[in-house]
Design a protein around this ligand. Structure first.
Ligand code: GLU
Length: 471
């Protein structure tokens, strides 16, 4: 096998999509596994739809996922950067070469003529194909023209896709397509092929929405005298309803998952499993992925995107981190929510109690904001647990806690137990009103942890508030 030279070639017309990120990841893994080269090429020839913001969003998403590129924008050196709009001279040169060799030709048909032919085809209910009007006309660059690729009229092109197996395309379904517009901008198939040739790409892995372009591209590689790369067409990612993944199914941009508090390790882990498997294993470190990944283990059926499963994977990843690491990485999410957290013992304790209970940093913030902000009292919990009956319990616990010198677990435990015993009540009957007073609701980590995290002063203040509320 040649050392892989692979590429990810996004069009910068939006954010980095889950599907695009998976394509990038598979290419990156293959390059890293084999000591190959991963090229990032920005296919920005559609000037109307391409934006700098989208280019930045792609960089941002890839960096966050840790998918570093060896050649491409910002790498510099003799190879990068690769932006198609900066390479127009190369496409023009290659198109001229094809004309000289009779493999392409100038087409002088006006838009009006072609539109009329297209309408005619529509009226006759047949598919429009360019009729080859200019196929044999001499080349006159001084006349306005586009350049078309000459497709053989007979025969077929076959390739063996690494994922889909052999695919044959009869040439009669193809047409002499435009490869270079009058303004010198290449059409997608030609731009991609010229780039693959000049960047010496030997394996093309991309979404299977491009599978129908492949035969035409193979004819172009051949026309340019380049050994045809291998192809791996990756099945589209679907939503739960088996429709192609779209915004309807939830967030589809990679960085939206960053903003929700997913770890990049977990997103990579989840993405790779959308179409690739290694036995029954679900959780993979990056090193394992680099060791195991192979296109031969990519399935031909579409992966279904399941946000719940992704949250599960994230939870598993979060659970592996130490309290220190969790706190360090959770902090920006608390701060972004406007909560006065710091990378300190309190946040480490919050993370320690959150680790089994919450699956993303977004859930950390949502579930545990009361450690940093006033409680939001759940009216039902209030009605049930902050009552004249529970007031004496709140008062007794308040007094007991106030008398403690330090908030050691054993001391708090002893206090709650003795209150329960003295009143002949179960421990829950003591803990629940306190829980509502301290957290605003009926579900929270253990009371001892809550008291310790809030600290004595804040705990007493909240108990006082609750006692006052009962009246
Ligand atoms: N710019 C194309 C896309 O984003 C690239 C397809 C390819 O990888 O050849 O779909």
């Amino acid at each position: 096998m040649d050392t892989p030279r692979v590429r990810f070639a996004p069009s910068p017309t939006g954010y980095l999509h889950i599907g695009g990120a998976r394509t990038a990841l598979f290419n990156w893994l293959w390059a890293r596994r084999n000591g190959g080269t991963f090229v990032l090429r920005i296919e920005d020839t559609d000037r109307e739809r391409s934006t700098q913001a989208a280019v930045d969003a792609i960089f941002d998403g890839m960096r966050w996922l840790g998918l570093d590129w060896d050649e491409g924008p910002e790498v510099g050196g003799p190879h990068g950067p690769y932006f198609q709009t900066e390479r127009l001279g190369i496409y023009a040169e290659q198109a001229e070469k094809l004309i000289r060799e009779g493999k392409a030709y100038a087409c002088y048909c006006t838009r009006e003529t072609l539109d009329a032919q297209r309408k005619q085809a529509e009226a006759e209910k047949r598919q429009f194909r360019y009729p080859g009007t200019c196929r044999n006309l001499p080349y006159d660059p001084s006349r306005p023209h586009v350049i078309r690729f000459r497709v053989p009229e007979t025969g077929s092109t076959t390739f063996v896709d690494l994922v889909k197996g052999p695919i044959e395309t009869p040439h009669e379904v193809l047409q002499d397509e435009v490869i270079l517009r009058g303004d010198g901008v290449p059409l997608y198939n030609f731009g991609a092929v010229v780039d693959d040739v000049t960047m010496r790409i030997n394996l093309v892995a991309r979404g299977d929405d491009h599978v129908n372009n492949t035969a035409r591209q193979i004819l172009m590689y051949e026309a340019l005298g380049y050994p045809v790369p291998k192809f791996a067409h990756l099945p589209m990612i679907l939503g739960a309803d088996k429709a192609r993944l779209s915004k309807r199914h939830g967030a589809t941009s990679v960085t939206a998952y960053r903003d929700m508090g997913f770890l990049p390790e977990a997103v990579v882990n989840y993405l790779v499993r959308l179409g690739w498997s290694h036995g029954d294993q679900e959780l993979f470190t990056r090193e394992e992925l680099v060791r195991y990944f192979d296109f031969k283990d990519v399935g031909a059926t579409a992966g279904v995107f399941n946000p719940e499963k992704m949250a599960w994977v994230n939870h598993e990843w979060l659970k592996k981190l130490s309290d220190e690491e969790l706190a360090r990485r959770a902090l920006p999410y608390f701060l972004a929510a406007g909560l006065p957290a710091a990378d300190d013992a309190k946040l480490r304790h919050v993370c320690a109690v959150a680790r089994e209970r919450a699956r993303t940093f977004g859930e950390y913030v949502q579930q545990f904001r009361y450690f940093y902000a006033p409680i939001q009292l759940d009216p039902k919990a209030k009605a049930k647990f902050l009552t004249a009956d529970t007031k004496p319990i709140l008062e007794a616990v308040r007094a007991g806690l106030a008398a403690l010198e330090t908030l050691e677990t054993e001391a708090i435990e002893k206090l709650f137990h003795s209150e329960a015993e003295q009143r002949g009540l179960g421990l829950g009957k003591i803990a629940q009103p306190v829980r509502v007073a301290l957290t605003g609701g009926t579900a929270s980590p253990g009371m001892y942890d809550v008291v310790q995290i809030l600290g004595k002063e804040e705990t007493l203040r909240r108990l006082d508030d609750a006692i006052r509320l009962v009246g």
